[in-house]
Write a protein that binds this ligand. Structure first.
Ligand SMILES: *Cc1c(COP(=O)(O)O)cnc(C)c1O
Length: 368
């Protein structure tokens, strides 16, 4: 049997470099709570991402929870059903009602045309997702937020390093959150962050991720433990040096896929957008079963039979899970594009270590 090709593989730092930095941690005996490497990583990420302030977290879900808490969001939050389940869970965990709005097929992000109809007197915020790292239509989303006095929190878990006209998408909205999970373009094994605009907000987020401690004796809010440790900060510092190379390798994979699929009937995929610096975090294809002659699931299992492990991101929709399926906004009638696309999508293997042989093996099965 041919080797297994997984959808992704983690970005691993050089082991000798990792070891020598671990020695520094060992001799300092400072292993967590805003240590020297944590501070260095925050600084290095601000530089790399072109953002003014960042607060590191131990995963990418607690930043979502904490961003909502920090902005004192309540009532209802408008969001997308076409995402990883953590997006909606973070709303639910804050005791807020999620309100699902359909997506725009051109970028799989929330459809700005459908947001206003979902606003009620209880709406306080919008939580869009830059799905697959494709930038949302921020101008229109922000215009609606401004008109109704709503906050915007971007789940930017897929959008590490993504820029529009030279500006980081992470500077959009009131806050953006990142995930550095092992499956993401840039990883600290587990990890994440909030990007914010000012120092006072960073200070408050730093309290909230440390139980709410503002000083040794003062707790100012019911904060959580969201701290990133020194070992993973070092892992992140080393990976920052090689993430550009990894993104370039991913770009080459995307070029090969696009060339192979451009004349295949029934397969839709995304091209690069003008003015956008992409990170090639995912390579979704969308199968029109009638034109392609096979359903998405038939192709998905055919690939699996050949040890090629694509993923159906995002299927099923978050709105179909039992916690949320009873909400009026979760009805498939309210979410026609998301419902259709969830049944069309396969994210093909996409990572920095895919060989040309691997890619050709995948392409051959899909094209034939
Ligand atoms: C990965 C991901 C998260 C959660 O991040 P974790 O680091 O796994 O907690 C949240 N939202 C989206 C869209 C993601 O892809």
């Amino acid at each position: 049997m041919e080797n297994t090709i997984t959808v992704t593989t983690p970005l691993l730092p050089d082991l000798d470099d990792f070891h020598s930095l671990l020695k520094e941690i060992w001799s300092s005996k400072w292993i967590t709570n805003n240590g020297q490497f944590h501070q260095k990583l925050e600084e290095a990420l601000c530089d790399y991402l072109k953002v003014p302030f960042i607060s590191l977290f131990t995963n990418g879900t607690l930043p979502l929870l904490t961003a909502l808490q920090a902005l004192r969001i309540s009532g209802e939050v408008i969001t997308t059903p076409y995402s990883f389940v953590a997006t909606t869970h973070s709303i639910w965990w804050n005791g807020i009602k999620p309100v699902f709005v359909d997506i725009d097929p051109s970028n799989c992000g929330i459809d700005p045309d459908k947001i206003e109809a979902a606003i009620t007197p209880r709406t306080t915020a919008i939580m869009p997702v830059h799905c697959y790292g494709k930038p949302c239509d921020n101008k229109r989303i922000q215009a609606i937020a401004d008109k109704y006095g709503l906050k915007v929190i971007y789940d930017a878990a897929h959008a590490f390093g993504v820029e529009v006209d030279g500006e980081s998408v992470l500077n959009w909205g009131d806050m953006s959150t990142l995930s550095f999970h092992a499956t993401k373009v840039y990883t600290t094994i587990e990890g994440g962050a909030i990007v914010m605009h000012d120092e006072a907000t960073k200070k408050r987020i730093d309290y909230l991720k440390n139980f709410g401690f503002a000083s040794e004796t003062e707790v100012v809010a019911p904060g959580i433990n969201g701290k990133l440790d020194e070992v993973r900060a070092v892992y992140g510092l080393l990976n920052l040096k090689q993430v550009d190379k990894a993104i370039n390798a991913r770009h080459q994979v995307a070029i090969q896929y696009r060339q192979a699929f451009q004349n295949v009937k029934g397969i839709r995929f995304f091209n690069d957008m003008i003015g956008v610096k992409h990170n090639y975090s995912y390579f979704p294809i969308f199968i029109n079963a009638e034109e392609y002659g096979m359903t998405r699931d038939e192709l998905y299992f055919k690939l699996r039979d050949h040890n090629i492990l694509g993923r159906r991101y995002f299927y099923p929709l978050i709105s179909t899970f039992s916690t949320y399926s009873g909400l009026p906004s979760a009805s498939p009638d309210n979410l026609p594009n998301a419902t259709r696309i969830a049944n069309e999508v396969i994210c093909l293997p996409m990572h920095h270590e895919l060989s040309s042989d691997d890619i050709n093996r995948i392409i051959e099965l899909i094209v034939n």
